[in-house]
Ligand binder design. Structure first.
Ligand code: SDX
Length: 376
């Protein structure tokens, strides 16, 4: 039995060829390509192809992948009816988890996880995800659903279905970059949850439902919503100092900071910070960015020495706000992108599967006599 490491910190659970992270240097690569190269030169669709196939696509391969993904934008009527039956006050993450789980009910062969079949299911689920989220948001707002536009890319089409108008090139590209940055990240909690579930040879819907459940947590993907709550609670840049110091004194976690692996600034935070700064200036949200930046300065002064830096969730909040997304849609945005990474990990796990079943360090009593109830 190996030594016990709380939270599996530092424990290697499997091999992967998808994401490489150097936590000390703040390096992230997808299949060896630095994340900054992909965020500046690639698209979300091309990045998903890279993660699933461990190489960049040829031009014709990418055209085929785009065509297949866009064909999956459209939901079956059964799913549209299910969306309309959801309570309007449900949190979008609970709606998304429920809807992804429900996709199994329309699948004639839901438990089939043969690799070529799983790839096809993955394209369908990834293509459906933006429509599920956009349609639930329009349902809760009492608005008609907007049919997907298959002439638009993944990011652009989502914003179109959500708002009923095509986004500007700048907004669409900014959102595409967000999707690239959130696509994969090693064995984070939600990815590991998906791997654990598929390792029993369960099905893709069960694995993704578990992953969405994990991502919702405020210690994981839910942190981006928590960052926006914090930014809204801080009235002005000048109030940031008292707010942050108060939280630190109470040993409260500052959402969007810290990471199990990064002990330097998350390279995704650096990219998102540039986006946040630009979009804030473009959309009259400079005060919001200034608050974010001030918080980072205070945290740098107070806790950088403990290896606590901004993570992917910190500047994604300002970015998503400036793109016009409601606060409770931030984590669904993370999920929409990470479905790409999760499906890649399901494929990778099944290529060389072994059931995950860790040991437990028993610290309870032994050989205890059974006490009859009338003597307790
Ligand atoms: C994501 O794993 C991934 O790759 C995840 C992710 C991905 O792409 O999938 O990168 C996405 O989930 C990013 C993380 C989002 N979560 C948050 O922003 C929530 C706030 N962060 C913390 O809860 C925390 O930093 C974690 C959960 C992210 C990491 O926690 P660890 O590794 O379990 O570290 P810890 O809680 O044991 O903290 C170590 C010390 C503690 O101080 P001491 O008790 O030793 O004095 O650092 C402190 C903590 O109090 N600390 C913080 C802090 N994070 C850690 N103090 C204040 N604010 C914080 N955010």
């Amino acid at each position: 039995m190996s030594d016990y490491s709380k939270g599996l910190e530092g424990v290697v659970a499997a091999e992967t060829e998808m994401s490489f992270i150097d936590g000390q240097k703040g390096v992230l690569e997808y299949v060896g390509i630095p994340i900054g190269e992909l965020s500046s030169k690639s698209t979300f669709e091309e990045t998903v192809f890279l993660l699933w196939n461990k190489r960049l696509p040829t031009k014709s391969e990418l055209e085929t992948f785009n065509k297949d993904l866009r064909a999956a934008y459209t939901l079956p009527q059964t799913m549209i009816d299910r969306i309309k039956a959801l309570p309007k006050e449900a949190h979008p993450m609970h709606a998304l988890r429920t809807l992804v789980s429900a996709l199994a009910l329309d699948d004639k062969d839901p438990n089939n996880i043969e690799l070529d079949v799983l790839r096809h299911k993955s394209v369908t689920i990834l293509g459906h995800a933006p429509t599920l989220i956009a349609y639930f948001d329009r349902h809760r707002r009492g608005l008609d659903f907007i049919k997907p536009d298959t002439s638009l890319g993944f990011a652009q089409n989502f914003l179109y279905m959500l708002n009923g108008e095509k986004p500007t090139e700048t907004m669409a590209r900014a959102f595409d970059i967000c999707m690239i940055l959130h696509a994969d990240h090693g064995f984070n909690n939600s990815t590991f949850a998906a791997k654990v579930i598929i390792s029993t040879l369960s099905d893709v819907y069960s694995a993704l439902t578990g992953a969405i459940g994990s991502l919702r947590g405020p210690l994981h993907g839910g942190a981006n919503e928590g960052v926006m709550v914090m930014l809204n609670e801080i009235g002005s840049v000048d109030e940031a100092e008292a707010y942050v110091m108060g939280k630190l004194e109470r040993k409260d976690k500052i959402m969007g900071f810290g990471h199990r692996v990064y002990k330097a600034k998350d390279p995704r935070a650096t990219d998102l910070q540039k986006l946040a700064k630009q979009l804030a200036e473009d959309t009259g949200n400079s005060e919001l960015y200034a608050k974010s930046h001030r918080i980072e300065e205070i945290m740098e002064r107070e806790v950088a020495s403990k290896g606590i830096y901004p993570n992917v969730d910190f500047y994604s909040a300002t970015t998503y706000h400036c793109i016009g997304l409601k606060l409770d849609l931030f984590t669904p945005m993370f999920a929409m992108s990470r479905i790409g990474g999760w499906c890649g990990h399901l494929l990778e796990q099944l290529e060389d599967n072994r059931l995950f079943r860790p040991a437990a360090k028993y610290v309870g009593p032994h050989e205890v006599a059974y006490t009859p109830i009338d003597q307790r």
